[in-house]
Ligand binder design. Structure first.
Ligand code: SAT
Ligand code: MN
Length: 588
């Protein structure tokens, strides 16, 4: 299929004239094409083929050691007015940034091929799906995009010939110089440019750049939400099914929760959990006034370390074939990937830096942010409606952070306005998903801090406005924390499958059936309101998990205020109102 959209053709020609690639190749997304892409990546040394018996059609790749995570300090929102980017984004004047990028990227594809990757974010034929194009000189990016989005002819079919409504993206590996790395967004022109990085979240433009940063600005203009949320379906023993979205910062277990396998006792009763998405949700109102979610992605770009048959059997079965492993270690005898948390280290290991590695080595064999790229359709728990053009109706939204203290296992917000406040005041300890320090508490509203494409205050207002439109039809809002620790720093909650117990309470609350105590935070389960049968958990641990401690909350309220002051005058007054009400309820 050739592209007959004149806007696309003209822009591709103009871009090629500036970047001066030797060839321009239009990607069609076919199986044969993917096979030949992988063959080329093997012959140029980027891909190492894995054991075809154990991991058919799968490959091991490593990145430049300086290019292993998102670079938030090199990520820019370029809007005419600085105020439109707000205090949580790096801002740049679009004219200045275009000048900088043009001079850096002029002729940068000389001697290289420019691949034109048409991609569709969202299911084929969905009114909520959107088309983008990524012009890239990285075949590794093309291979990953083939898994993460619907690329090639499928995307072209979803773009009308007279439509200028698509995202224009340019990506070049450049020389990977971290000092001149740029991940730039121009929300006023729907343009993305990334330069000098080949890493997932920086270079696979459909994911964070489009589906979150650019999409959040479209969503605000058009009355929907683009969120950093997994989507899962839960069926109870009566056969009633509810879908839930959950927002957690990067590398805080979204993939594990999205693919949860309930404890044995739940399975015996007939509970079932199914996966729609593990990272991003686009939420639109349906004709019944409820919120419906689509997963804009077609694959999982999940964190490998910690993934095992114990923690996430569905992910393990998903990544058994047609998968790209980036920056994991390699078991040289079996030619299979290996990472910390998978099990016993194999005898001969090559680490992600391509050095020999033994358990005595002081470094980790796999980079903590090493990833698998795998097709979503291969997930054993994939939901029958995961590509439904209309999306799936959402009954609850769950916010969650990684916090050793302060926030209890679970609580329910009083209403949408309070729920928005709960999302705005999310905080989480940082992970290896972005460069910078790990383990520091930072405020991460709705898990969107690095992904809101405009002023955070306007974004909070947009959440409030969405609620005003739908009223009582909005999903219930909850907050969870699986990561609370005891005095010795050990996790109190067993986690993984046991998270089902919390989900059961959440759905019970939505149905108006589960019990709760009204507390300063909202509604919290008492120990007897949770189904803890068969859980390995002491009564003392349960008490600690549910506790709200004044001293912790005193600190928390102060930290919230600092954050509000940073957001400034655009922080909606309703958020201050909720904060003051919470302070009063806590008696602080
Ligand atoms: O690297 S990604 O940005 O794609 C994943 C994440 O950080 O959530
Ligand atoms: Mn993510």
């Amino acid at each position: 299929m050739t592209c007959s959209n004149p806007f696309v053709v003209k822009w591709v020609e103009e871009t090629a004239a500036r970047l001066k690639p030797t060839n321009v190749v239009w990607v069609n997304g076919s199986d044969e094409e993917y096979r030949s892409i992988c063959d080329q990546l093997v012959s140029d040394g980027t891909f190492t083929p894995l054991n075809p018996k154990k991991f058919p059609n799968s490959y091991w790749a490593v990145s430049d050691p300086s290019d292993v995570a998102r670079v938030e300090d090199r990520t820019f929102i370029c809007t005419r007015s600085q105020d439109d980017a707000g205090p949580t984004n790096n801002w740049a004047d679009p004219r200045e940034m275009f000048k900088t990028l043009n001079s850096l990227m002029e002729g940068c594809m000389q001697g290289r091929t420019m691949y034109v990757v048409p991609y569709l974010m969202g299911p084929d034929g969905s009114p909520f799906s959107r088309v983008g194009f990524e012009l890239t000189d990285s075949l590794y990016v093309v291979a990953n995009m083939r898994i993460m989005a619907r690329i090639g002819d499928t995307a072209l079919r979803n773009l009308k010939d007279d439509s200028n409504d698509f995202v224009r993206g340019v990506h070049s590996i450049g020389d990977l110089d971290p000092e001149h790395r740029y991940i730039c967004h121009f929300p006023e022109q729907n343009i993305i440019a990334s330069f000098n990085s080949n890493y997932g979240g920086n270079a696979l433009q459909g994911k964070k750049c489009f589906a979150l940063r650019i999409a959040s600005t479209l969503a605000r203009r058009q009355g929907w939400l683009a969120e950093h949320m997994l989507i899962l379906g839960i069926t109870n023993p009566k056969g009633e099914k509810h879908y839930v979205c959950a927002a957690f910062p990067s590398a805080c277990g979204k993939t594990n929760l999205a693919m949860l396998i309930p404890p044995q006792s739940y399975l015996e009763q007939g509970w079932k959990v199914e996966t729609v998405g593990d990272d991003i949700a686009w939420l639109n109102f349906g004709s019944d006034g409820r919120l419906y979610a689509i997963n804009p992605e077609a694959g999982f770009f999940g964190v490998a370390p910690g993934t095992s048959y114990k923690t996430n059997p569905n992910a393990m079965d998903t990544i058994k074939s047609n998968t790209i492993f980036t920056n994991t270690a390699l078991d040289l005898d079996e030619m299979v990937p290996w990472w910390e948390g998978l099990g016993e280290p194999p005898k001969r290991v090559r680490d992600w830096m391509k050095h020999d590695w033994t358990p005595a080595s002081k470094t980790k064999a796999a980079h903590p942010n090493s990833r698998f790229t795998a097709p979503a359709r291969q997930c054993p728990s994939i939901d029958a409606n995961w590509e439904s053009p209309g999306g799936v109706p959402i009954s609850a939204i769950i916010f969650g952070g990684r916090r050793a203290h302060t926030t209890p296992l679970v609580y329910q917000a009083r209403d949408w306005q309070h729920g928005t406040f709960v999302g705005v005041t999310m905080a989480s300890e940082t992970t290896a998903a972005a460069t910078g320090k790990v383990g520091e508490l930072r405020r991460d509203p709705m898990a969107m801090l690095p992904f809101i494409g405009y002023h955070a205050g306007d974004y909070f207002q947009h959440w409030l406005d969405m609620g005003k439109r739908a009223g009582a039809k909005m999903p219930g809002v909850f907050h969870v924390n699986w990561f609370r620790t005891d005095d010795a720093g050990k996790f109190l909650w067993p986690g993984f499958g046991d998270n089902m117990r919390v989900l059961e309470w959440v759905l019970g609350r939505v149905a108006g059936k589960a019990g709760a105590a009204e507390t300063p935070l909202g509604f919290q389960p008492r120990a007897e309101d949770l189904n803890l049968q068969g859980a390995t958990l002491s009564a003392a641990a349960v008490e600690e998990l549910l506790a709200v401690k004044k001293a912790d909350w005193e600190e928390e309220l102060e930290s919230q205020e600092k954050f509000f002051n940073k957001i400034g005058a655009k922080l909606p007054k309703e958020i201050w109102t909720e904060h003051r009400a919470l302070r009063q309820r806590l008696g602080l």
